[in-house]
Structure formats: C-alpha cells, structure tokens
Design a protein. Sequence first.
Length: 771
Amino acid sequence: MESEDLQIGPEIFGELLQGCVYERAIHTGQQIHARILKNGDFFARNEYIDTKLVIFYAKCDVLDVANRLFFRLRVKNVFSWAAVIGLNCRMGFNEEALIGLVEMQQMGVFPDNFVLPNVLKACGALALVGVGRAVHGYTLKVGFDGCVFVGSSLIDMYGKCGFLDDARKVFDGMIERNVVAWNSMIVSYVQNGINEEAIKVFHEMRSEGIELTRVSLMSFLSASANLDALEEGKQGHAIAIIGGLELDNIFGSSILNFYSKVGLIEDAELAFSIIVEKDIVTWNLLISSYVRHGLVEKALNMCHLMKSKNLRFDCVTLASILAAAADTSNLKLGKEGHCYCIRNNLESDVAVASSIVDMYAKCERIDDAKGVFNSITNRDIVTWNILLAAYADFGLSGEALRIFYQMQLEGVSPNVISWNSVILGFLRNGQLNEAKDMFSQMQSLGVQPNVITWTTLIAGLAQNGHGNEAILVFQNMQEAGIKPTAASITCALSACKDMASLRNGRAFHGYVTRHDLCLLTPIATSLVDMYGKCGNTHQAKRVFDMVLSKELPLYNAMISGYALDGQAGEALALYKHLQKEGIDPDNITFTNLLYGCNHAGLINEGLELFCSMISKHRVNPSMEHYGCVVSLLCRCGNLDEALRLVVKMPYDPDAHIIGSLLAACRAHQENELADYLSKHLLQLEPENPGNYVAISNAYAAAGSWNEVSKVRDLMKEKGLRKYPGCSWIQIGEEVHVFLAGDRSHSNTEEIYAILASLGMEMRFNAEILHS
DNA sequence: ATAGGGTTAG
C-alpha cells in the first residue's frame, strides 16, 4: 500500500481482512479498517467489506466494535449474523446468541450449518433442551444432519442438557464421524457421570482407528479418575506418551488430576513437576490433592512456594486452605484464610464463603459460622447444607430443623444431603422417632434416600441401643436396591457387637465373604471386634490373621476380645507382638489390656503395665485406666493403696470406681465407709440403675443376699427395671444382678462357682452384655 | 463443535 493512487478494489481489502481473520491480526486489521475509511464512501459503504469488518472484529473478540458495525449494516446476511452470534456465544452471552437466532429468522435470513453449532452451544449452556430439539428438527428438515459440525454440536447439546439417549441416537445416526464427534460423545458421558460408557466409547474409538486428540485422552482420564480405574488411566497416560501428544498445562493437569484422584500422590507430584508452564489450576490441583489425602503440611508448603514465586491465591486455593483448616480443626489457619479472603475480596465467592462457614463449624465455633453465614447474600444449597450439617453434627436437632424450614422459606428446596443432616441431628440427640418420621417424610415428598441416609439411620439406631432395628433397616436397604458401603456394614456389625448377637454377626460375616469385602481393613476390624465381644475369640483370631497389613485398631479389637474373654495372656502376647512390629500402642490399647489383667486377676502384670504406660509411653491415664488399677488393688486386698490412688487422681471418681471401693469395703467389713460410698453413689446419680446394681454387687460380694434383695426391691419401687450395662443370673426364684463389662469388677468366675455348686448354668442377658 | 481446579451429608 505504497501509493494511494494505486487502484485497489474493495475485493482486495476484503481478502486482506480475511487474512487478518485467519491470523487474528487485530492491529493489521485495524490499519486496514482505517485505510478503508480514508478511501471514502465507495469503500466504506460497501456491503461486502462491511460484512468482512464485522466478521474480523467478531473473530478478534472485540465485542463493542463488532456490535456497533453490525448494527449499522444495511444488509445483514448469514455471514455477519453467524459472526455476531458466534461472538456472543464465545463471550458466554448465550441468551443474546439465541435472540440473534430469532431476529435473523424474522429478517428472513435462515441459519446455515455455521450458525447452528453456536446456537446449539447456547442451548446446551442454558440447558434449553426444548429449543435444542426445535433446532434439531430444523437441521433434519433443511438437511444439515449430514454435517459433522452440526452432528457433534447436537451430541454436545443433548449431553449438556442431560439427555444421553438423544445424544447417543444422534451419534449412532451420523453418516460420518470425526474426532470431535467421538470426543463429544465421550465428554457427554463423563459430564453425566456415566463413566463406564465413556470408557467403552473410548475403546471403540481406538479400535476404529480414529486418531486420538488430547481432548479424547483428557475425558478418558477424567472417567478413569472418577471410577478409580487405576489401570485404565495409566494406559491413557501411556497412550499420550507414545502418541507424542503435546503436554501443555491443561493436558498435564488432567494427568495430575487422575493420579491425585486414585491416590497416587507421588505420581501426581511427578506429573506436576514435568509441567513446564504451571498455571494457577496446576498448583491448585496439587494443593487440593494434598488436602484430600490429609497431607496438610505439604499443602501449606506448596502455598508458601506459590507465594515465593509471586503467584496470587485465588478462590480455589483458599477453598483448599480452608478445607485443610476444617479437617484439622486448625482455627488459627482458618482465621488466616478468612482474613486473606477479606483482604482480597474472595468472600463474595459462594464456595469460598461456604468453606469459611464450614471451617468455623468444624473448629466448634458455631456462632462464628452462623455469623459468616448471615453475611452471605448469594447462598446456595451447599451453603445452607453446611450450616445444617454443623447443627446436626452437634446434635442440635431443633436448630437444624429451623434451618431446614428457613431455607425452604427462602426458596431453596432441600436435597438428599439436607434431609440426611436433619435425620442425623435427631439421631445424635436420641430422637429416634423424629428421625424415622423424617425418613418417611422425605420419601413421600419424592426425595429418595441414598446409601448415606440408610447408613446414618443404621448407625443412629445402633448407637441408641436399637441394634435389632438397625439390622432390620440394613435389610430394608438391600430390598430397596441400595448397595451397602463399608461404613454401612461396619455399623451393622457394631449393632451385632452391642447386642452380643453372634447369630446376626455370623450372618453379616457371610455377607461380607460373599461380596469379597473381608480384606477391607475397617470391615475386618469390625468383624474381629464383633467376634471378640460375642466371646468367640477363635473366630476373631481367624479374621485377624487374614489381614495382611495390620494396623493399631485391628490389634486393639483383638486385644479387647481376649481381654473380655479372660485370656489376658493372649492379650499381653499380642501387645508384645504389636510393639515388635513397630506400632505404637494408644490409650485404647492400654484400656483393653488393663481391663484384661483386671478381669483375669493378673495383678502384677496390670500394675506394671500401668506404670510403663505412663512413664514409657507417655499416655495420660484416663478415668478408665484408674478404674482398672483401683479395682486391681481392691482385688488383691490393698484397699488403702486403692483409696490413696483415688484421692491422687485428677478426676472425680465415677460410679465404677466407687463401686470397686464399695465392694472392697464390704468384703473387708468396712461397713461405715461402704455405707458412705453407697450414699455418695446415689447422690451422684439417683436415677442411674447401674448404681443400685453396684450397691447390690457389693452386698453380693460380701455374701449378704438379704441386702441384695432389699436393693432390688428399692429399684422396683423407683421403677428402675431396665438397667443397661449389667448382667443377671437366676438362682432359683432369686434374680441377682451384676455389672458386666464393668472394668472394675470381675465376679464372673465367682458367679460361675456359685452356679456350678447349684448345678445351674449362667444366663447372660444378651441385650445388656456390653455397654 | 470437544478439554483441566474449589464448597455439603455416614
């Protein structure tokens, strides 16, 4: 363009602009635009050039100029309409894109196969399947259905709207399919959680010899990650390497995401390290992965590293940090995160604000949580559910219910998670009927209980002493076609354990074996626990031996089983073995061991254990630990030492300890002290039947059966007939009650002896064997 | 036309 005299026709300028469109050369295009204006009306009012200018500015994403030029166009053809609709679509102005479609038709311009993909994209984004269907009908009528671009867009639109069958029908009906069509089908499945089908289509695509793109692999990796499909995903990674696909930050992140979701943290770290151009998403992925796997330290180190590289945290980073604070109940960290959000205006994001509420709730600052919640203006269902869950978790069922109604008044209808929390709140507060009522209400309102609803109910019933009902609910869940999780089975086994119901426990063991779930550590631990509490240490040991990598809870369960069964020697042997394996015992281990020693009368071992627990293992003794030792001392006749320990310990003695002392006093004819202790016990908890049992125990230990009867009459008078946590025996017409599972008392052998002398068997009341 | 990250319930 050296000379203005040179005769250049409008077509040349058009061609030049087209070149700028291809290159997205905004500055060159603007210079050409200037030259056109300079050349006067002959050029500037040329329809062809005007249209090209609109297309140019539209393709370069200059919205205002493109719109202004388009508005001024005298003749709007299909090309300029396509450009403007496409631009609106790219900018996310989906409504405008659809309005454009309607206007162009009103002006007599009909959409072609360049406009339709954009229109369909807008339908998908707005989930307007009705409009999408109409467009689909139009494509069939006009005969665009052979176009791969239109076909792919239809698949995508149906996929985004959740109509997978329609998407599949379009896919199957396509005469010609390119990579994008295949990819759209796979992506649709992944986005709708139908990961298995996505993987199937991916394999089909490969066997048809279609050359994969990064998009194919990214969606495949996503499906593999969602399914925890380790081998599939690794294979995808290998295909990417062999195919030499460029590993940009987006593709790299999807590999990183896969490894982190399947729990291969080291591989995720490796993927992170080889991504050259790390962006905020890359960092966030690794950080959230650390948080998900409880590696809070590593997550925070990453944040510091980000800071040192002058990268700013965004909403997602903060959500991870706040989740880390919530998980570890780290209020200091949580407050730091909260402050960062305020300083950087991140609390306007719902997800971040919700994380702040959750963080305060998990740090037991429910009032702060409520305060932040109140300040959130754009609450969504998740925000409401977080607050609801917080109240439910604390057993504040009334508050939870208030929130549940309030959210509905504000137009947010509760989902399964909301209902689950309300039910949990009631169960935590012991309101079983209210919980069950909610459970049926949700169903009549059309909200289907999921596996968590069922498990919550099972756990709640079991924990409130309704084991049989818990087991019935487990059966109902199966009848409803809900597959139990490890947690559901653990809860059911715990119900069997609490009822000492070997019959039910065995049935669940069968279930677990049939479904190949024996090797899951939490389930194996529950089985050992159940067999142990049911007195079948033989079976417990068989399950225990089957577990390959044994962890502390499993040892604790087995030790507890031996201890309860009076096999203190076995329990102590296991304790030695555990230490040889390099596992540190915890306070539960010692509770069980001390109880075992107490139960078996191993006085020296018990006292030695207590000393080594404090001095060597630095375990702060609990009331239960003291209880066992007091009982041991009482048993070996050292009442004075027992009393000294009780005075010295940093707790107010509980009913168990007083019971031990009481029995020892009666046995030593220290009746004055015994009477004092009895009185004290009843003052402590006048309505607790366990205390009457302890008093009666003490008389029984001293052989004063008349007094035992008197205490029983007193109980009857007070209406205290149910006494959880104790066992009874029947001798002729007399029923004598004893504490069972009482760690400070072990009169089982004495009872056996009495019964044997009477030629009778012992009968345990299964329901109350264990408290 | 297709692609990557964060918040809720056991």
